[in-house]
Design a binder for this molecule. Sequence first.
Ligand SMILES: Nc1ncnc2c1ncn2[C@@H]1O[C@H](COP(=O)(O)OP(=O)(O)OP(=O)(O)O)[C@@H](O)[C@H]1O
Ligand code: SF4
Ligand SMILES: [Mg+2]
Length: 378
Amino acid sequence: METLLSLSNISKWYPVGRDLLGRPSGMLRAVNDISLEVKRGETLALVGESGCGKSTLARLMLRLLEPSGGRVIFDGEDISHWSARRMRPLRARMQLIFQDPFSSLNPRMTVGDVLEEPLRINGWTRSRRRARVAELLATVGLHAAHAERYPHEFSGGQRQRVGIARALACGPEFIVGDEPVSALDVLVQAQIINLLGDLKAQLGLTLVMIAHDLSVVRHMADRVGVMYLGEIVELTDTRTLFERPRHPYTRALIEAVPQPNPHIRPSRDLLEGESPSPLVAAQGCRFAERCPLVRDRCHSDPPVLRETLEGGGSHQVACHFWREADRGTPIATAHGQGSARYRQRLALFQEQLARQQRVAQQSTTDCPTIARCSTPNH
Ligand SMILES: Nc1ncnc2c1ncn2[C@@H]1O[C@H](COP(=O)(O)OP(=O)(O)OP(=O)(O)O)[C@@H](O)[C@H]1O
Ligand code: SF4
Ligand SMILES: [Mg+2]
């Protein structure tokens, strides 16, 4: 498959703190030296815990952020340092779908105006804009009459459909969804995932889907990249990732979420050690403090993402001891003494999960049976 987007050693560092002379006292490595290719027509998922740099990477891909280092190549052009003006014609070809459809829509604009805005910027005439808005609403499963309504008059799922329609307005070929379904109810989440899958097939889109929950991307992604503290630690096709994860962190993520729920982020409590900080200097492996397979070497020798398959296929892993993670023993029981504590944590986590599920169900704004209802009243 042809490469549409290529990231080469891309980094985004932010200065943090100030010393007495007003100079930054440290650097926060939100994204650290990532190289990645997105193939034309594929769906690539990026998953990881909160704060691991998913949104920063998404914005670097779309050149909504300027990289601190490395290169962004889109369709053969090095756009790493293009000005906003130079980027303008490219904007129609690459779009972002936001996590929170409500905050990304102007409450004072009707949906028709929201959808017309990018078309107006791109010089479409009024009559063409009107026709395109009706077409876009139909494409995402809404009615032409919805153009007259304001965002607060829609359900969460409908608002995300509007967000998708807006992203599609100028006919993009590359779309990045930054957790586009994580604020939605489970049923609505499934509808939106199906819609994105259909649109991808119909329109020949290339998708990058960002999620904190592996189960969300399992049925829609061709490949999955797992991120940890600003780096990709495992990258392979979706089936292989779920069947034979080779990084201890991926294994912990897969084993840690018994019942995936979009309202709940993967619990850090399941992994040993302190919560990670992107401020920590990279002496060795960034996962070392929490890794059940950690050895002395891990504290001094940072592992790089490298190919672990020979003779076809690709399964890249950043771990010195990936063969051990790949043995097939559940990571929770791989270490005799640690397993009792791990099981205790798992029981605690499951309790938390059940409690959060009850709260989430009570606070859900969309009716959970809306998809099956014959007389929905929006
Ligand atoms: N403008 C900024 N200035 C300083 N630090 C930032 C800035 N933007 C992001 N960060 C930091 O970079 C890190 C990665 O942030 P990012 O938003 O990319 O994470 P994320 O994986 O998308 O998290 P979430 O799942 O919560 O959305 C975080 O530690 C965040 O605090
Ligand atoms: S390199 Fe070491 S600390 Fe890092 S993931 Fe592998 S075993 Fe764990
Ligand atoms: Mg984010």
